[in-house]
Design a protein around this ligand. Structure first.
Ligand code: SER
Length: 871
């Protein structure tokens, strides 16, 4: 059975059990501060388990793209080394939200596996939760009894809290689980060792395939459990493992999910999978990681230097590094796998095909840039090796290479061992630990439990229509972190505050108590679909009715920028073409930022055209046409633009201004005329094939023109109030260039004289022509003179200082190669040591090096000390 069929059969089966089939939610989560990536099939449904919202259907099934590379569930370092862990994988799941419970979940799972997929019962085992003293939870007798009707008791095993109690994170919904395991070893091996003893023992052919979780508790911040308002089912089956079983192979990588990728890697790198342990690991790493990276990019997450983007960059770099070391690929090649991946996956996940070109470009660019980093790292490592005296490279040097230059530590260790050197691994670990502690201390957060004042699950957002409301506090909690101090998170029964989302910032404003006390709301965010207001203090009386007021000015400016963002999107599609895809946006009160796919820098005329297009629609005074709660399909049929990587509900809101129509939850102006004017401030590249436009509207444009005008007046006045400032500036530039040329000539003459003077100062000490002096020349001229002197003799040792500016000092050291080699001198070491006198540092090669510092007063001492090297 091909993987495609296996997936379809799962969904069809649960459809027949009256489940609503939904598409996979995005793998990269936006607007969820507690989770970066969807790490399990249930993550998109968290809000339903917590009772924050009600699902449209109480039975749902899907296949969900998951990524386990950070936080509580992180498999990254194992991937490649075994045959059944992945960074990205698909989780097939069925859910009951307060509908059916253990009996149906268990019997249907069994029916699907043994009747539909026809898996031999004799290779299946199940586990049941044994209970936990620590939590005060009992053994799951109910599940045991249900299984007993289905499977012989000797195939039911008891499991502890680690294996049979599922938790999404440190806090939140959880419950006991029952897992189904397969034993796909050969009969010969089975005869030797009983499969039962290998369950949960990391055997590659005795693995868990399906986890049935019986959600019934909520884990609180203090570690205790409370009952959830209703009981739910959350099941997750590893799709790739299921394919392994049904395709009669013993590794996930031998299923048709991976083999096309592996064949392509073999072709590109001229290797054979299965012929060498190290090559095999590299091939598995690359075939796994390209999936994680490609799907993340398709979901709108580009590799970057922080947050989720950094995790993606690290995954891709791990793949590049394995290709570099074990497949000997020194040029980009991983991007070439995207085509194969797209062919394999696009039927189930059309986002890959739709964004293939972008994914290829981004991956190729990342590969090229990391390969340059590796090249640079190799040069730096060479230098470190040449300076290492005792055959061991210190931990802090290796750490600097890793931390500052991004050079992988295992590569450092490998190269050192090839050169007969060792690495001070303990020292490296100490440095790494120190850095981790620094960032941990900076980011540590303590989140208290919610204090519930009023059980009112429903919190209404009224902020599209009004900016003030009288509200009740329904719950709050305290969150303390080093970075932000103590903050209170407040939830009201209704709120006019817009929570950060869809790129738009959260509202700010205040809360007023009946006694006149005012508390500022400094931000608003959505967590698990609840609108949370952030404040530095709590009201004294919590059960009052409060007046909450949104900062109108900020909201209005933000609305101008949001509407302008839609018009900009429309303009780009009209002017540059329909390949334009929104790749991110940030709508603030002061400016807007819009990222989109486009392959070349925009020309001046294009930018002007885009500005004119938007401004024409502003001048056209187009009214807002809003539709709330219309079915998704209707919105799409009417021409609304939906974005890849966004999670939309069944009913959506549409925003239309003239011909621009988008699915959008943000706040907008009533009429485009309110925007007043739109101005692009910059256009730049943020990644291969992704451009960024920053723009301003309304008051910010007025400020922009006022500032520019003031600057212009100042420029004119500096140019003696000329009427033609541009021409005057050009004249100045020409004059400047001519003067520079003259100075260069004069410096050359001066250098000739200085060279003669330096020659006269040479002093012969122990067979070395020694010189230590200060001159009044620029760095380049000093270098030229020293190289000329160096070519006239083979025993020069010169240290020349200069102070080109009041707080600047430079030191240059030249040692003839002969002398440096014979006597073990090192110019780099000399300038580093003498550099301390001028409060600076530097380096270079062993025959020539320079240092710069801030303390010219230290020059004479440095020159005095120079002699100590030769006497
Ligand atoms: N949440 C469970 C898991 O991820 C079952 O879906 O294993």
């Amino acid at each position: 059975m091909e993987s495609q069929q296996i997936r379809a059969k799962f969904l069809d089966f649960f459809k027949s059990k009256h489940h609503h089939i939904v598409p996979s939610a995005p793998m990269v989560l936006k607007n969820d501060p507690t989770l970066m990536f969807t790490n399990s099939g249930m993550a998109p449904f968290k809000e339903f388990f917590l009772g924050n919202s009600t699902p449209k259907s109480t039975r749902i099934a899907d296949t969900q793209k998951c990524l386990r590379v950070s936080g509580k569930h992180n498999d990254l370092e194992e991937v490649g080394y075994d045959t059944y862990h992945h960074t990205m994988f698909e989780m097939l799941g069925n859910w009951s939200f307060g509908d059916y419970f253990k009996k149906e979940a268990i019997t249907w799972a069994w029916e699907l596996l043994t009747k539909v997929y026809k898996i031999d019962k004799d290779i299946l085992y199940v586990t049941v939760f044994e209970g936990s003293k620590e939590d005060g939870t009992a053994m799951d007798q109910e599940a045991y009894d249900i299984w007993k009707q289905i499977i012989p008791e000797n195939r039911i095993l008891m499991g502890n809290k680690k294996d049979n109690f599922w938790e999404m994170g440190e806090q939140g919904p959880c419950g006991p689980c029952s897992e189904i395991h397969v034993d796909i070893r050969s009969e010969k091996e089975k005869a030797k060792i009983d499969g039962k003893t290998l369950i949960n023992k990391d055997h590659p052919q005795v693995v868990e395939i399906w986890n049935l979780v019986f959600m019934q508790y909520n884990r609180k911040a203090n570690g205790s459990l409370e009952d959830l308002p209703a009981k739910h089912i959350d099941t997750g089956m590893g799709f790739e493992r299921l394919c392994m079983v049904l395709q009669n192979v013993t590794s996930n990588y031998d299923t048709d999910v991976f083999t096309p990728l592996i064949r392509e890697i073999e072709t590109i790198t001229d290797t054979t999978y299965g012929s060498d342990k190290k090559t095999d690991i590299a091939i598995r790493v690359i075939s796994d990681h390209i999936r994680a990276v490609a799907f993340s990019i398709a979901d709108g997450q580009l590799p970057s230097n922080n947050g989720a983007g950094y995790v993606i960059r690290r995954i891709l770099r791990r793949a590049i590094r394995y290709g570099f070391t074990f497949l000997n690929k020194k040029e980009p090649f991983i991007y070439r796998l995207v085509d194969v991946l797209s062919k394999k996956m696009s039927a189930a996940f059309p986002e890959i095909k739709a964004q293939k070109q972008l994914i290829e470009n981004v991956v190729k660019e990342e590969e090229a840039s990391f390969l340059r980093t590796l090249d640079q790292g190799l040069v730096l490592l060479d230098r470190i090796i040449s300076e290492t005296k005792n055959k061991e490279v210190s931990g802090d040097k290796a750490f600097e290479l890793y931390d500052t230059y991004g050079f992988p530590i295992d590569l450092t260790a490998l190269i050192l061992s090839e050169r007969g050197l060792t690495l001070d691994e303990k020292g490296f670990q100490t440095e790494l630990e120190k850095q981790k502690n620094r960032s941990r201390a900076a980011s540590e957060t303590i989140t208290d439990d919610w204090i519930v004042l009023k059980h009112d699950a429903h919190e209404e957002f009224v902020g599209y229509d009004i900016l003030e409301a009288n509200v009740k506090l329904t719950r709050y909690r305290k969150v303390t972190s080093k970075k932000e101090g103590t903050l209170y998170q407040l939830v009201f029964n209704m709120t006019p505050f817009y929570a950060e989302g869809g790129g738009q910032v959260g509202d700010k404003g205040y809360l007023e108590a009946p006694n006149g006390d005012v508390i500022y709301i400094i931000d608003t965010k959505k967590i698990n679909n609840v609108i949370i207001h952030f404040a530095k203090n709590l009201p004294k009386e919590l059960n009052e009715t409060f007046k909450v007021v949104v900062d109108k000015k900020q909201r209005y400016r933000t609305a101008c920028n949001h509407t302008a963002t839609h018009l900009l999107h429309q303009a780009l599609r009209e002017i540059l073409g329909s390949h334009i895809e929104q790749k991110g946006s940030a709508v603030h009160s002061k400016y807007l930022r819009f990222d989109f796919s486009h392959f070349s820098k925009m020309k001046e005329e294009e930018l002007r055209d885009v500005e004119n297009f938007v401004n024409a629609r502003i001048a056209g005074k187009l009214p807002l046409q809003e539709q709330r709660n219309i079915p998704m399909q209707q919105a799409i049929n009417e021409g609304a633009i939906a974005l890849f990587g966004e999670k939309y509900g069944d009913s959506v809101r549409t925003i239309r201004f003239g011909q621009s129509m988008e699915l959008c939850g943000g706040t907008h102006v009533q009429n485009t005329g309110d925007i007043w004017y739109f101005k692009i401030i910059s256009e730049s590249a943020i990644a291969a094939g992704i451009r960024r436009i920053e723009a301003i509207t309304n008051d910010a444009v007025k400020d922009f023109y006022t500032e520019n005008n003031t600057a212009m007046l100042k420029i004119k006045s500096l140019l003696n109030n000329t009427k033609e400032p541009i021409k005057a500036l050009q004249n100045l530039q020409d004059e400047n260039a001519a003067l520079k040329k003259q100075i260069e000539g004069l410096l050359k003459d001066k250098a000739k004289n200085v060279k003669q003077e330096l020659k006269a100062q040479l002093e012969e000490i122990n067979g070395v022509q020694f010189l230590a002096t200060k001159v009044d020349l620029d760095q380049n001229s000093i270098k030229n003179i020293l190289f000329e002197l160096g070519s006239e003799m083979d025993n020069l040792f010169a240290v020349v200082a200069a102070s080109p500016a009041p707080e600047k000092a430079i030191l240059t050291c030249y040692i003839s190669k002969n002398t440096a080699n014979e006597k073990g001198y090192n110019a780099g070491k000399v300038v580093r040591e003498l550099g301390t006198y001028i409060h600076g540092g530097g380096g270079g090669q062993n025959f020539f090096a320079t240092a710069g510092g801030k303390n010219p007063e230290g020059i004479s001492k440095a020159l005095e000390q120079a002699k100590t090297y030769v006497v």
